[in-house]
Design a protein around this ligand. Structure first.
Ligand SMILES: Nc1ncnc2c1ncn2[C@@H]1O[C@H](COP(=O)(O)OP(=O)(O)O)[C@@H](O)[C@H]1O
Ligand SMILES: [Mg+2]
Length: 450
């Protein structure tokens, strides 16, 4: 007899297989072949019957189990298929099993589980994605930033964020931060003093930690301050940007967010710095609407610490665009202190210049004079001024062969060549402060721009 498809069409083959089985009804191999052929021919009901019969005598026949699951799936009997696939998935599952399992879960409506299975599948077979599932689970329109050098080619779902990826060390302290007295004081009261005097805080029933939101023009020391806080206290420091948390995978962003707080709670006392926190709002258009709000809700839940104890966590958020921040973020118990970080005043600039020039070759520098010539300059601008001055010095030294130290004149000249970068921010900020200042949130900006 010939059972190959070249010899006959499927129906003939089915007839022949049936006849053969009548002679040898205990031949499971033959019956499995019949079931498979029925499945191929789309006779799914009949296929399930045959597969079931095979499995009654050969209950470990994984191939027939998969066949039965396929037949159930073809009949849209999702839960029957899922029961089988779940079992198959517990062994060393094959690509085919995981793929069908994920698809079936999705059809049945188990979205989260379906995505988990698909993610596991991609972790094992990064180069074998599925277009249909991709479409469901990858957030449409999301542009992952691919500037990470150490990213592998695979842009499938990464595993959970590891504690070692989140916890960073910092070698700067408050003494490396010029000016910013009010921020230093606020951070001091919320985390440094409580750690030094825990009994005193307990006596007043005051919590250790909380939330502080820093906002202001770029380059004025928000990130620098957060780093210095980490170095100042010998506590764990976690520093993340929203772009580290947002993920192209539905549900993954929330998990990342949860993970950040989970690691923080396991490593108390802990300072969590979340940079570019406005991106939670601004990036919403990149995410499916519901996905964006899920991340925000997850964030708020973590801040509230309803299911978890946030005692001993200091959350510092930073943004250049406070007007993009959901007002819900500023409710009590969340970021209940919102602090404006303006460009440094003349004393601040003097002290920042002192810090920045500490390790550079200088001679008779009049810091105050340079500070007076750099109104509106941010810390980053002052850094740029020093860079310009040093470059000029280098050029000179290469010509003359003599390296000369920096003098005041060099820096004043360099300051004249650099434009403060904070002005533009104030133009925008002033509009918000004038026309959207219901809660008096931007009074500080108005005060500053007077
Ligand atoms: N108050 C400051 N004291 C010392 N350095 C500062 C200060 N503010 C800014 N800088 C310098 O400017 C750079 C940019 O500041 P950064 O903290 O990144 O600004 P922001 O986060 O507010 O945009 C820092 O790396 C630091 O070298
Ligand atoms: Mg910053």
């Amino acid at each position: 007899m010939c059972f190959s498809e070249q010899c006959m069409d499927l129906n003939d083959m089915i007839t022949n297989l049936r006849e053969a089985l009548e002679i040898t009804p205990d031949n499971d191999k033959l019956r499995a072949h019949l079931a498979q052929t029925l499945l191929t021919a789309g006779q799914n009901q009949e296929a399930t019957e045959q597969y079931k019969q095979v499995l009654r005598s050969s209950p470990r026949d994984a191939k027939s189990k998969l066949g039965l699951a396929k037949a159930f799936a073809a009949l849209k009997q999702w839960s029957a298929a899922i029961v089988i696939l779940e079992e198959l998935n517990q062994g060393t599952a094959e690509h085919e099993v995981m793929l069908l399992y994920s698809r079936t879960l999705l059809k049945e409506g188990s979205f989260g589980k379906a995505m988990d299975v698909y993610q596991q599948m991609l972790e094992r077979w990064p180069d074998r994605p599925d277009a249909e599932l991709d479409e469901h689970f990858r957030v449409s329109g999301f542009e992952p930033d691919n500037d990470d050098e150490d990213d592998d080619d695979f842009d499938g779902p990464p595993g959970d964020l590891r504690a070692s990826d989140l916890i960073v060390t910092s070698n700067v302290t408050f003494s490396d931060v010029g000016g910013m007295a009010s921020v230093k004081d606020e951070i001091g009261m919320k985390i440094i003093q409580p750690l030094l005097h825990p009994d005193l805080y307990k006596a007043y029933g005051k919590k250790i930690g909380g939330g502080i939101l820093l906002y202001g023009p770029p380059g004025c020391g928000k990130t620098h301050m957060a780093k210095a806080t980490a170095g100042e206290i010998k506590a764990t420091f976690i520093s993340v940007g929203i772009s580290d948390i947002l993920d192209a995978w539905l549900g993954k962003s929330e998990r990342n967010m949860h993970r950040v707080f989970e690691v923080a709670r396991q490593n108390k006392p802990c300072v969590v710095f979340i940079d570019e926190i406005d991106a939670l709002g601004a990036n919403r258009s990149h995410l499916r609407n519901s996905a964006g709000s899920h991340v925000i809700n997850q964030f708020l839940t973590e801040m509230d610490g309803i299911d978890a104890d946030n005692e001993g966590l200091l959350i510092i958020g930073a943004t250049n665009m406070p007007w993009h921040i959901d007002p819900a973020f500023r409710r009590p118990g969340r970021f209940d202190r919102t602090i404006f970080v303006p460009p440094p005043d003349v004393e601040g600039r003097e002290s920042i210049l002192g810090i920045m020039l500490k390790d550079k070759p200088t001679k008779d520098i009049d810091l105050h004079a340079i500070a007076r010539k750099t109104e509106h300059f941010s810390g980053a601008d002052l850094n740029a001024v020093i860079d310009i001055a040093i470059e000029a010095k280098l050029r000179e030294a290469m010509k003359t062969g003599i390296p000369e130290p920096l003098i005041s004149k060099d820096l004043v000249k360099a300051a004249g060549m650099h434009k403060a970068t904070t002005r533009e921010w104030f133009t925008t900020a002033r509009n918000y402060a004038l026309y959207a200042n219901e809660s008096g949130l931007y009074d500080d900006i108005l005060k500053y721009t007077k």
